[in-house]
Design a protein around this ligand. Structure first.
Ligand code: SF4
Length: 330
């Protein structure tokens, strides 16, 4: 059984400007001990998927579909059970770790608090576990650093504190939302190596959210590429990176490998004003007439009318989901 499974996850935000379609028919799986990378440009809805899993979306969100955690439907669990799952079974680290720590509480005490909440042990034992965890994430002199406040740590060290807090209760799944974006390039590499080492040591599955496929290369087993609220390609990370089949995935990889012109022509559409048909068509050099009117269904892991596997197997029965017209007013 997958550890985490999402089936047709839809997240909508009704606003005065229209309905924001942040997640549309998203289906993903994370297997035990494996790393799934969810890649895509900023603003495509990746973080909304993560917050849906943790049930941390604003109350205005309209969520439908299914999120199964070890067989349990997360969307229908009582909040008391979700509080047990958050931090103990599923943990999350964020792009801006400094904002997640309380500036007036010592860093070590914040890690120890996570132990007290989830492991119900004495404060003395929790402090011991916190110091051990600080050592495991590579914070030098952890006994001394335990007593320091967040502002006394560098950006890289703060992210290590967040990783320690996330892993101290040995969750089965770590959601890492752009964990290296706010760090210097040299520190980014160290952080990726740390996540690889810790996920191996503890057997933790990782749901890595990133716009940087280079960050994912050391970690990911499988990949899903997201564009404008939809998954447009899935597969093994290696297959997606080495033989991308969707024009957007190819553009994303091309942009990442071209340091002189690291961009894809055009702009990501507003999630409140999505184009009809394939959402990538205004930026796609291969778009044809059908692309402008009909949203392609996911077929053999690719959502594109030009996917050759669709032609081989025909449109009936071979698709993972039917084609449908999309309207931003849904
Ligand atoms: Fe491009 Fe059409 Fe494929 Fe969309 S469906 S990616 S517009 S070729």
């Amino acid at each position: 059984m997958p550890l985490l499974e999402m089936n047709s996850l839809n997240v909508r935000f009704p606003t005065k400007a229209g309905v924001v379609i942040a997640s549309d028919q998203v289906s993903l799986k994370v297997e035990p001990g494996q790393t799934l990378c969810l890649a895509g440009e900023s603003g495509c809805g990746k973080s909304i998927v993560a917050l849906s899993i943790m049930r941390l979306l604003p109350s205005t969100a309209r969520v439908s579909g299914e999120i199964r955690w070890m067989g349990q439907d997360l969307l229908s669990l009582p909040e008391s059970r979700m509080r047990q799952i958050r931090g103990k079974e599923i943990s999350m680290i964020f792009e801006q770790p400094a904002r997640c720590l309380n500036p007036v509480i010592k860093a070590g005490e914040q890690i120890a608090e996570a132990v007290v909440v989830h492991d119900r042990c004495s404060r003395k034992e929790a402090r011991k576990k916190a110091v051990e965890m600080m050592e495991q994430v590579g914070i030098p002199d952890p006994e001394k650093r335990f007593h320091q406040y967040p502002h006394e740590f560098s950006g890289g060290m703060i992210q290590r504190v967040m990783i320690a807090m996330a892993l101290v209760s040995r969750p089965q799944l770590l959601i890492a939302d752009e964990p290296t974006t706010a760090l210097d390039i040299t520190i980014q590499h160290q952080m990726v190596e740390l996540l690889v080492a810790l996920s191996d040591r503890f057997g933790t599955a990782v749901f890595l959210i990133t716009h940087d496929l280079g960050v994912a290369a050391r970690l990911a087993d499988t990949a899903a590429v997201m564009y404008a609220g939809s998954i447009i390609e899935t597969g093994s990370f290696r297959q997606v990176l080495e033989t991308p089949r969707h024009p957007y995935t190819r553009a994303l990889i091309g942009a990442a490998s071209n340091q002189w012109a690291p961009s894809i022509p055009g702009t990501v559409p507003e999630l409140s004003c999505l184009p009809d048909g394939c959402r990538f068509h205004p930026r796609c050099s291969q778009a044809t007439d059908i692309c402008r009117h009909q949203m392609p269904g996911m077929c053999h892991g690719v959502r594109c009318h030009l996917n050759p596997e669709r032609d081989i197997s025909g449109l009936n029965g071979a698709q993972d989901e039917p084609e449908y017209k999309i309207s931003s007013r849904r």
